[in-house]
Write a protein that binds this ligand. Structure first.
Ligand SMILES: [Zn+2]
Length: 359
């Protein structure tokens, strides 16, 4: 399997093209990431939300995974904010996530709200959308099976309103703005995701018309909700919760993987499952499934895209990235098979996922 000679994207990556030196167009069109924000600007924003009446100054949504745990730690210890942590009891998360959430909030002395999904809606959406996808497996709409998690943003915004908190601090970083998913929806690979809201909408609608099984009336309200409140930058979030500002901490301060990992492990007893291949994205079993599918069709996962960006930014070498994906793209198949069993999807329909298509 051919890979770009600069990054690690494969020849099966959507819309990829190589020049004479073997460099790909993803590398050639790469714009330095990091943005214009910095810590001084972050402090200016935070200062606007500080209070002297002891009430919460911001909300940190925490999954128990690596980056959200680091955000909680930094907001409390480095920036001295009075935080309300909001976590989601995700049916697809391993128990280590909630253990991490409990440890972090206990050690940091932070109040916690745990949201639980109603009437197994999350499992029903996953099952429905994954079955729809299997009928016509087009990769652009694969993330639709994660619509259940998208309902969470609305719930967090309601918690913020209830507690009169006007700031939400999240933990996205620029490396995880997956480029190949944009290519799959016919979008420019260089566009930043805050500005691609409409394009994603039309891209997804076009794909859904090709596979009307997605348009089951029983799930349309959920789909509308997951679009309107899909993230804190989405139309509904901005329109219906005008007063609430959201920001991503690592758009302002450096995201340093080694430093963050070492801090969460030593300061808030953060752990991850012994069998997990990576410290990233082990917190959702559906993420494993998605990566397994991308790996089958494209020879890459979200990690290849992530590490490719880190190479272009000079954060890691190509050799290190290759070593990491060699280890991290080996998915515990038992987890995915267990997921199928829960959703009553016969493994036979997805047997292809367990064989390598490209080598
Ligand atoms: Zn490349």
């Amino acid at each position: 399997m051919k890979r770009c000679s600069k990054c690690i994207l494969t020849e099966y990556t959507p819309n990829i093209a190589f020049n004479e030196e073997g460099n790909c167009n993803y590398c050639e069109s790469h714009q330095p990431i990091g943005g214009t924000e910095n810590e001084k600007q972050l402090l200016e924003v935070l200062d606007k939300y500080r209070r002297n009446d002891g009430k919460y100054e911001c909300i940190v949504p925490i999954s128990g995974g690596r980056d959200s745990s680091a955000v909680l730690l930094k907001m409390v210890k480095d920036y001295n904010m009075k935080v309300l942590a909001v976590s989601y009891d995700n049916p697809y998360s391993p128990p280590e996530t909630q253990a991490n959430v409990r440890n972090a909030t206990r050690i940091l002395g932070v109040d916690l709200v745990v949201l639980k999904p109603k009437r197994e809606i999350h499992q029903r959406i996953f099952k429905h959308n994954f079955n729809a996808w299997l009928k016509k497996p087009r990769l652009g709409v694969l993330p639709m099976m994660c619509a259940g998690c998208k309902l969470l943003v609305w719930e967090i915004l309601k918690v913020a309103k209830k507690h009169k908190v006007e700031l939400i601090v999240d933990g996205l970083n620029r490396f995880e703005d997956t480029s190949y998913k944009k290519a799959l929806l016919g979008m420019d690979i260089g566009s930043q995701w805050e500005s691609t809201y409409k394009q994603i909408f039309f891209g997804v609608i076009k794909e859904m018309i090709r596979n009307p099984r997605y348009l089951n009336p029983a799930y349309l309200p959920t789909l509308a909700n997951s679009y309107l409140f899909g993230d804190f930058y989405a139309l509904g979030s901005r329109l219906f919760f005008k007063k609430i500002k959201s920001l991503d901490l690592f758009y302002y301060v450096k995201w340093d993987e080694k430093e963050l990992l070492s801090r969460i492990q030593s300061e808030i007893d953060w752990t991850y499952p012994a069998g997990a291949p990576s410290t990233w994205r082990w917190d959702c079993r559906v993420a494993y499934l998605k990566d397994l599918i991308y790996l089958h069709y494209l020879g890459i996962t979200e990690k290849d895209d992530f590490y490719s960006k880190m190479i272009r930014e000079g954060v890691i070498s190509r050799e290190e990235a290759l070593k990491r994906i060699d280890r991290e793209n080996r998915y515990p198949q038992a987890i995915v098979k267990e997921l199928f069993a829960e959703a009553e999807i016969p493994v036979g329909r997805c047997e292809f996922l367990f064989h390598e298509a490209h080598s």
